[in-house]
Design a protein around this ligand. Structure first.
Ligand code: F6P
Length: 546
């Protein structure tokens, strides 16, 4: 059944949650823990080496039961199966969303339009592996015969954020003989600074773009081409040795001058923000090597299997997705903070912003009906403990409800003195402080003058998840990314929206195409925008540097 937005809020299961919410709204986490001393052990789940403590959430076993009933009534199980079966669940683009096939083991089958796509996936992986071995061993030579020492990924959105995040996250495992840079912004500074200290004769560009038409990426790729051939007396033949492409658009890749033999393909059933386990991960594989890349895929695969098969009450992505719905739609929480206490995950929140907000920033249901309820929250975050010294004040004493995901690892990759214990002490302290706060009586008992008591009270009752794993490895990164991918899908199923299109990015792109000639024209253009836009364009034309 294709339920409409109306049918979500009119579902008995939804209404049961609405009726339940007032009972929970006023209850403090202090009371919930007092009433249920085993809560911290029971409201947890673990799978694939990932431990989720969701006990510090404003919910009871009854809440969970009601959320699970809602998931059932939204046919979450059938929707998961539809995704894994390669059905065209991206209805507005008439495409499958089969990123799970990117990590399917050799010899298995996943079908799109009657074709088993798993062999194609492995053919590309094999080609990537062979290429990486040649670059890493120094067998791939630049045009002047020197081995490659610098890799520059040019891409944006899903063709950048995944590669950047994964490179940072897995730097510990990376080949330190190679230098990696990432260029995404159309602001020339990004490109200029990225290549500032690089020798073109030792530099390889990986132009990553699903469409190979994206303005930012193509502009940067052309600047890179010009920068490169300038070093070879404008000999364009150098391009073949210094550029490879990752794309679905063979024609455009060849038109750019990149040999199709040096193109690594993927498919329209891989969404940009779901593509880091595809050939878009080429820079990742170059950094960490094919074996580690396989481990990354293995991690994704384990979480995919868990999502597909685990009962919802023990299913990590389902639990996290349902809790997000609970805060978003019943508590009215507008944002969600992701706080990795692991410096290598410093770009993880930025990566998640595209994954979550490009997916679930939608205002109509699958059939185009206005939703009539809130959909995707704003995801944001910074690594801990840095965040504690900037925005945590607002988390603790502000007026907003901001559920938080704390992510941490038992073992440090760089053990050094007391650092790791101190880091983890901060994780546990923050979730404890957020949940339980400090009462006025406790503050008074500490001898704080009356005038300051109210300033020093911590209301507490701020919810958080704690996600713990043994160690940040390539495999673990795959699990974490898949955890959030499937949590996002779970949310979209409840909200009955399409998590796999992104029409909202189109209008700005089209308007920019109209404005570009207006900025570049030698004649004063006749402008037909609104008065604000016309004035801004006139002013810019007057004041820019020529
Ligand atoms: O900004 C929209 C978007 O289409 C993203 O979904 C995508 O990841 C990004 O642009 C880059 O697209 P491409 O890989 O085609 O260059």
């Amino acid at each position: 059944m294709t339920a409409s937005s109306e049918s979500l809020t009119s579902k008995l299961e939804w209404q049961a949650l609405q009726a339940h919410y007032p009972k929970i709204k006023g209850v403090h986490l202090r009371d919930l823990f007092q009433q249920d001393p085993l809560r911290g052990e029971q409201l947890t789940a673990s799978a694939c080496g990932v431990y989720l403590d969701y006990s510090k959430n404003r919910m009871t076993h009854e809440t969970l039961g009601l959320l699970l009933k809602l998931a059932k009534s939204c046919s979450l199980d059938a929707r998961i199966e539809a995704m894994f079966r390669g059905e065209k669940i991206n209805v507005t683009e008439n495409r499958a969303a089969l990123h799970v096939a990117l990590r399917a083991p050799k010899g298995t089958a996943l079908w799109v339009d009657g074709q088993n796509v798993v062999p194609q996936v492995h053919a590309v992986l094999d080609k990537m592996t062979e290429f990486c071995r040649r670059v890493q061993s120094g067998a791939w030579l630049g045009y002047s015969g020197k081995p490659i020492r610098n890799i520059v990924n040019i891409g944006i959105g899903g063709s950048d954020l995944g590669p950047v995040m994964a490179y940072q996250a897995l730097k510990f495992y990376s080949d330190r003989n190679l230098t990696f840079r990432f260029v995404s912004n159309i602001d020339a500074t990004d490109f200029v600074e990225a290549v500032y200290d690089l020798d073109p004769t030792e530099t390889l560009f990986v132009v990553s773009s699903k469409t190979f038409t994206t303005l930012e990426t193509m502009t940067n790729a052309h600047s890179a081409r010009a920068w490169l051939i300038a070093a070879f007396d404008d000999d364009a033949r150098a391009v073949a040795r210094h550029f490879v492409a990752v794309s679905t658009n063979t024609e455009a890749v060849c038109a750019f001058g990149i040999d199709r033999a040096h193109m690594f393909g993927f498919w329209d059933w891989v969404g940009g923000r779901y593509s880091m386990s595809s050939a878009i991960g080429l820079s990742t594989m170059l950094a960490i090597g094919p074996e580690n890349f396989q481990a990354l895929l293995h991690g994704f695969r384990q979480m995919d299997e868990h999502f597909r098969t685990a009962p919802f009450g023990h299913n990590l992505p389902v639990l996290m997705g349902l809790l997000t719905v609970w805060y978003n739609n019943f508590f009215g929480a507008q944002t969600l903070a992701v706080l990795p206490y692991e410096q290598y995950l410093k770009r993880f929140p930025a990566y998640l912003q595209q994954l979550t907000m490009e997916s679930n920033g939608k205002a109509v249901t699958l059939d185009g009906t206005p939703v009539g309820y809130d959909t995707g929250p704003i995801y944001w975050g910074e690594p801990g403990s840095n965040g504690q010294h900037s925005f945590f004040q607002l988390l603790h004493q502000g007026t907003r409800l901001i559920p938080c995901d704390f992510i941490a690892f038992d073992q440090a990759l760089n053990p050094l003195g007391r650092h790791h214990d101190l880091l983890l002490a901060n994780v546990f302290a923050q979730t404890e402080a957020l949940a339980f706060g400090k009462t006025a009586q406790q503050v008074k008992d500490e001898g704080v003058p009356d005038a300051l008591v109210r300033h020093r009270v911590f209301a507490g009752n701020h919810p958080s998840n704690t996600i713990l794993a043994e160690r940040l490895t390539p495999e673990m990164l795959g699990k974490l990314v898949a955890l959030y991918e499937h949590s996002v899908f779970t949310q979209s199923v409840i909200w009955h929206i399409n998590a796999f299109d992104q029409w909202g990015v189109e209008l700005g792109k089209a308007l920019a195409q109209r404005i570009i000639p207006e900025l570049e024209s030698l004649e004063e253009p006749v402008l037909k925008h609104d008065d604000s836009t016309n004035t801004l364009i006139h002013n810019y034309r007057r004041h820019r540097l020529k």
